[in-house]
Design a protein around this ligand. Sequence first.
Ligand code: GLA
Length: 572
Amino acid sequence: MTENDGEDAERILDSVESNDSTLSSVTRRSMIQGAAAFGGSTLLASSSVSATDDSDEPEGSDETLVETPPMGWNSWNTFYCDINAELIKEAADAMVENGLREVGYESICVDDCWMAPERDADGSLQADPETFPNGIEPVADYVHSKGLKFGIYESAGTTTCEGLPGSLGHEKQDAQTFADWGVDYLKYDNCGNHRGLSAIERYARMHEALEATDRDIVLSICEWGDNDPWFWAADVGGDLWRTTGDIKPLWSKQEDLWGNGIIDIIDQNEPLAEYAGPGQWNDPDMLVVGVDLPEYPNLTQAEDRTHFGMWAMMAAPLIAGNDIRNMSEHTQAVLTNEEVIAINQDPAGNQATRIQHITGQDGQPRSVWAKELANGDQAVGLLNRSDMRTTITTSAQAVGLDDEERYNVRDLWNGGDWQTAGLISASVPSHGLALFRVSSGSSDDSKPLATVSSTPSEVVVAPGEAITTRIEFTNVSPISLDEVQVRCTVPDDWSSKPDSMTFDDIAAGPSIVGGGGNQYNAGADWMARTPKNAEAKDYELTIATEYADGTTIETPLIVTVDESADSTPSSD
Ligand code: GLA
């Protein structure tokens, strides 16, 4: 909030009062509340921005169209303006054939560039005659025939961002056109001339126009967070609202590339958790999981999981932006992970909050996120923002669970149930996100939770030289472990010492209700020597620990053999 916020609220109120006299009194009231909220966060508690108080909801929206965050596909992030009717129909086919519809994706949305540069003689929008030769309606019909919803794009200005006709001043006619075509979802952008009208007014107008049709159409407000829409968008009938500028397949902003990386967006969306809830969602932009753009770095597999997992945690709309007709197995597995989707679609509708910020020895932050779920479980994310693999630890208490003797930790990326006495810990790759569903109590089937680490987790050596690392095993489970075997695998022509080792009598991990906590970890040094003729490249070694019952936990150790490495020979 800035000192000028009060003035901004005044200005918005003035523009509400002096402009469009066709707005209903309900919308006016909502806008005034929104504007007041805009002026000071202390007013929010009593404004209608609350998710649970539906008495102030705009007229006609008693039943929300977006009880949980919308899920679908949109053409923009991969195809930009290179779209046509066939592509949209093929995307609908792919959504069914590739299992996306089955896990909850339900809309196909055509973004900018679907329309002709001019309105028709009656002033109606018309489809581009070359790319959508039969118009939009048959495309919408086709999408509906697949059991899916159809979404379209327009702008609350005189033009779209690609310079095509905008809806400002044509709201009623355009909303009716969309309803006639069978549109279910409108992404409403902010490009073109605004003719001096505030965002609140321009978006309220389109909401009114959509309400005047007899079709339920989701209003997705896309003004990039410029006017703090979290304060007013729900009040003017927005079902979701963008909170940031455009996403690109980047980890973080780069000087030479346009757009935001996923970590920039996470940081911008993080403080807005209180404004999300059933029927009203912060929208940190569409997904770039599996998006492959030649001019961008694109995301690594770990970053894909972090992006999707954090969007799930933040109760963000899950709108795939990749070419869903041709997905890698990895992309498909990420987009269709049902346990992660269940976190996103949880009926409580909470947006995760960042409960811990930890700065590692490398000076880079790690963070811990928690999202309370409807059944009392907590979804917990351990996010490693650094360039190195690291172990991140929090506790059941810190994430908001009641004190218990044991908890069940469900690993949402790797599967499996683990039990802990209280600490929640994982070795997380660079830019990775460990994602868990944590509940009170645990079943007999759940395995003792522990972490294995190697310090350092990445080493650079010259050929023929040796590496020494410290291996640590930490038991956080409520069960003591008699014997844990440790094995480090190396390529055939490397030597290692020792070949294997055993950690004995490791106590149970510390418990919130008392007990455990002494000698629950064990460590030893381990050494490996590369051959003199080792090829210069990255080697991924595996450090595997095995309990007496056969449960194994592994962690990788990355060794880069580099002829120019300045490595000190070890004295073995
Ligand atoms: C804006 C939006 C994008 C996309 C383009 C289309 O940049 O933020 O998501 O819709 O316009 O031109």
